[in-house]
Design a protein around this ligand. Structure first.
Ligand SMILES: Cc1cc2nc3c(=O)[nH]c(=O)nc-3n(C[C@H](O)[C@H](O)[C@H](O)COP(=O)(O)OP(=O)(O)OC[C@H]3O[C@@H](n4cnc5c(N)ncnc54)[C@H](O)[C@@H]3O)c2cc1C
Length: 390
């Protein structure tokens, strides 16, 4: 019952090169990702080969320096690429966003020597990354993390457990935040740990509500030895590095949320114009028409918000408050729009015969990752009213 083909999003793109890039992404998305998305999500299969293809196509390092294999794209373009990928399969869009997050530390705080040695493989050499901040007892309060790194001559020995790690067990490298000093945010240092390091292992993937194709697992570091050449930035700088990556990462989550919401709206519109009740298409009824209008309006507002934040970032201006606002608004929009899409499809929406029930399950995680939406409100509140007095 899909009478009305979805219209491509009318995007504002800064260059012809960006327009060509988006066309390439749409082509890969439709040809390579969309056909297997529902089946593989149902089976919980991670599409590793898609990430290899994206890397070979230059799509895994888009916002980074071309000197090291990146794509030199502004965030306003990179995020719209994420949106297109997430619209066909969130596991892929979010996976690319997490990969970018895992490259952020080295690309922005690594030494020239480290960047020359490691970045080309990470940005365009087929490698896949993971970002390891959360632990079983420290999520929102990430600065209380306990994984320890102890210096041993020109090496470090890292011991601890990271939790909820996207690509845990399948990543080729892990950007790990570990405690090297006193309690609190200033005692944390960042490391780049290879996936095949001795002592690194992943638990069985979590059994999640949605995004079942994306492996999320605890990562155990049992006396993992890494040379000091794999320490990123200064000792004690790791928490600031982790938070800087998250400011950018939140924009990635916002873009993925809008892609998912757009996919849900497209599905709802196609259904509503084809389904007849009371002798008319259900899209004739004002009750549904207004619901669809609200869905579309929230999506457009979300897209405008994340792009405004991205354009601030691209201009080298502060964007952390706007990134938190975009993450908050876009992921709440994805939750609302996907829930409403199920409503538009009635009983059929509640079955796995249509993708909207999957979209609704997938949307929920976006309100949780990279700082829950309560934490986004805290961040915005601090920008507005200053730090809490206690
Ligand atoms: C599928 C998935 C993938 C993930 N991928 C990664 C990853 O790749 N790397 C990584 O490091 N982490 C990852 N995470 C972890 C994610 O970032 C955390 O789940 C998140 O930060 C919340 O931490 P928590 O689950 O421990 O919840 P808690 O911090 O225990 O929070 C529980 C509840 O309390 C609320 N809360 C906590 N503190 C406050 C406060 N001060 N004010 C108001 N409310 C508060 C929270 O908003 C939440 O509702 C992933 C999580 C999931 C589910």
């Amino acid at each position: 019952m899909t009478d009305r083909a979805p219209q491509p999003v009318d995007r504002q793109l800064p260059t012809d090169e960006a327009r060509d890039l988006l066309a390439l992404v749409r082509d890969i998305a439709q040809r390579e990702i969309a056909p297997k998305a529902a089946e593989e999500e149902g089976a919980g299969r991670f599409p590793r080969e898609i990430f290899t293809l994206l890397s070979e196509s230059g799509l895994l390092g888009l916002p980074y320096d071309s000197e090291y294999g990146g794509g030199d794209q502004p965030y306003e373009v990179y995020l719209q690429v994420l949106e297109e990928l997430a619209a066909v399969r969130l596991t892929v869009g979010l996976g690319v966003s997490v990969h970018s997050l895992s490259c952020h530390a080295l690309a922005n705080y690594g030494s020239k020597q480290q960047q020359v040695e490691f970045l080309p493989g990470m940005l365009g050499g087929g490698l896949l990354g993971a970002y390891c901040l959360s632990e079983p007892s420290s999520g929102s309060d990430a600065a209380s993390l306990r994984t320890k790194a102890v210096r041993d001559g020109d090496h470090w020995t890292i011991t601890g457990t990271k939790a909820w790690i996207t690509h845990g067990g399948v990543a080729d490298f892990y950007t790990v935040m570990a405690r090297t000093g006193a309690e609190g945010p200033r005692g944390i240092t960042a490391f780049l740990v290879p996936g095949d390091a001795e002592g690194l292992s992943a638990a069985a993937p979590e059994k999640k509500m949605g995004m079942k194709g994306s492996p999320t697992a605890q990562v155990h570091l049992d006396g993992v030895r890494v040379p000091d050449a794999r320490r990123i930035g200064d000792e004690g700088q790791g928490f600031a590095i982790a938070l800087a990556a998250l400011d950018s990462g939140r924009l990635g989550i916002a873009a993925c949320a809008i892609g998912l919401a757009q996919a849900a709206l497209d599905e709802a519109l196609a259904y509503a114009t084809g389904r007849q009740q009371f002798g008319r298409p259900i899209s004739d009824f004002q009750g549904l028409r207004f619901l669809l209008a609200d869905m579309a309006t929230q999506i457009e507002a979300g897209r405008a918000l994340y792009l405004a934040a991205a354009r601030l970032r691209d201009a080298g201006r502060p964007f952390a408050k706007q990134a938190a606002m975009a993450k908050l608004h876009c992921t709440d929009t994805a939750m609302k729009v996907t829930t409403d899409a199920v409503q538009v499809l009635g009983g059929y929406g509640y079955t796995a015969d249509f993708p909207v029930e999957r979209y609704m399950r997938e949307a929920k995680v976006l309100q949780i990752v990279e700082g829950t939406n309560q934490i986004q409100r805290m961040v915005i509140g601090r920008h507005l009213a200053g730090p809490e007095t206690r």
